[in-house]
Design a binder for this molecule. Structure first.
Ligand SMILES: Cc1cc2nc3c(=O)[nH]c(=O)nc-3n(C[C@H](O)[C@H](O)[C@H](O)COP(=O)(O)OP(=O)(O)OC[C@H]3O[C@@H](n4cnc5c(N)ncnc54)[C@H](O)[C@@H]3O)c2cc1C
Length: 409
């Protein structure tokens, strides 16, 4: 196959995968788009009354870049002794750190509790290093188990990579390579994803809407039946979503004429999303109200962890573990999001032509996703790319210029 046709094929697959709302690492089952048998929507269906996005470059108020801490073998959850201190690792969650946080931290905290109870003088203190998604959830869970917890971190939550995530439940996004995981990993992943999902469901409806169900519209200009195959030369990322079928509400193909979108296919699903700013603030407040302490501190060598007063430490340093633990199995996977000024009434997520939109309360998140899971792989640049942001917003601007004020169908 020529290079050009390979690229063409990859682009076609990627745009179709984006239209279906799944990455190329998603499950391989073909998804029928543009099903003509779609039922006509009722006159009051909310899909008829969607608000257009004000897709203008001058509404971009921030561009943030984050490095996903990817490990081919999946997150590191083993334990290690450093002098008289037991370290439980909880890092390397790729593009799934928020989504797997509660499940992964449950595993880590259980190991920490077992170690703590086995100490000669059972200790009621646990240290957590890191204040991102994994650090905060580990700290809250350890407190719930009755431990006094101190978080030591170089950056507070607002400055972490976690604060720059987009906010979707994506538990197998760049979580591992299919052929590099242990035979036990898929079942462990499933357990972590289910535990997380259950915890998130318990946070739906809380003040500030930290976690919400929203409608997500995957819109395509191109009717097709797709089979999500990776392009030649791409790494084969693990895709386990099929194990959670019962957690994902069924999507439905809509008649485009019933919606304001001018498109060939429109698919709607309900998805779980996080308002990251509210959510992390809620966790921080919960931690502090339960007596949790935080200390700003940077570690330069694992040996320094053994100098802490706590003899059980949960290591949630994310991408920082690459330098601290000299763990070169961590590969940076760069991702960038643009933040548009929040817009009253714009309350749905959209996937269109390799651009994803999520309506968070602190800003409308726009993310270019062409390239699928390989996008940003092994790129550690934290420099924002304004052209990438502008191009994504331009794509949306062209799309919304064809938006109908009301659905004709
Ligand atoms: C564009 C983008 C979008 C994303 N969207 C989603 C999404 O929608 N859903 C999802 O589940 N995931 C998403 N992710 C992935 C998610 O952001 C990460 O998996 C997650 O942030 C990892 O969290 P963490 O707690 O391990 O690390 P971090 O958030 O990086 O936190 C690490 C903590 O450790 C501290 N630390 C590090 N090194 C040291 C040191 N040497 N000494 C002291 N402290 C140290 C840091 O200061 C920080 O407090 C996205 C990622 C990107 C790039």
């Amino acid at each position: 196959m020529s290079q050009t046709s390979k690229v063409g094929r990859r682009r076609l697959l990627q745009s179709l995968a984006a239209a279906s709302g799944m990455g190329l690492g998603g499950c391989a089952a073909p998804i029928l788009l543009g099903d003509n048998s779609s039922e006509r929507l009722g006159p009051n269906d909310r899909a008829r009354f969607l608000v257009p996005l004000r897709a203008q470059a001058d509404r971009i108020f921030d561009i943030t870049v984050c490095l996903r801490p990817f490990r081919a073998a999946g997150p590191r959850l083993d334990t290690e002794r450093i002098r008289d201190t037991l370290v439980v690792h909880n890092y390397g969650h790729g593009g799934s750190g928020w989504s797997l946080s509660w499940g992964s931290s449950t595993v880590a905290v259980n190991k920490a509790l077992a170690a703590s109870n086995a100490l000669a003088q059972s200790s009621d203190r646990i240290a957590v290093v890191g204040c991102g998604a994994l650090g905060l959830t580990s700290a809250v869970l350890a407190q719930a188990a009755g431990k006094a917890v101190t978080i030591y971190a170089r950056e507070a939550i607002q400055q972490t990579q976690s604060a720059r995530a987009s906010g979707s439940f994506t538990p197998d996004s760049r979580i591992a390579l299919a052929d590099a995981v242990s035979p036990e990993f898929p079942a462990l992943w499933e357990e972590m994803a289910r535990t997380s999902h259950q915890t998130f469901r318990g946070h739906v409806g809380l003040a500030g809407d930290p976690v919400r169900w929203i409608d997500r519209y995957s819109v395509s200009d191109q009717p097709a039946t797709i089979s999500q195959l990776p392009a030649e030369g791409d790494l084969k990322f693990a895709a386990y979503r099929g194990r959670l079928q019962d957690l994902y509400p069924q999507g439905e193909n809509l008649r485009p004429a019933d919606t304001p979108f001018r498109a060939d296919t429109v698919r709607r699903r309900s998805v779980l999303m996080f308002n990251i700013a509210n959510y992390s603030q809620m966790l921080m407040t919960q931690f502090q109200l339960a007596g949790g302490r935080t200390e700003q501190r940077e570690f330069h060598d694992p040996q320094e962890l053994a100098d802490l007063p706590e003899k059980v430490v949960i290591n949630c340093t994310g991408y920082g573990a690459r330098a601290l633990w000299r763990d070169e199995s961590i590969v940076p996977v760069r991702g960038q999001i643009s933040h548009l000024i929040p817009q009253a009434g714009f309350d749905y997520a959209l996937d269109y032509r390799d651009v994803n939109v999520i309506p968070r309360s602190d800003g409308i998140v726009v993310q270019a996703v062409a390239g699928g899971d390989m996008r940003g792989y092994n790129d550690d640049s934290l420099v924002p790319d304004a052209r990438e942001s502008d191009a994504a917003v331009q794509t949306l601007a062209a799309f919304y210029s064809r938006f109908r004020r009301s659905a004709p169908g």
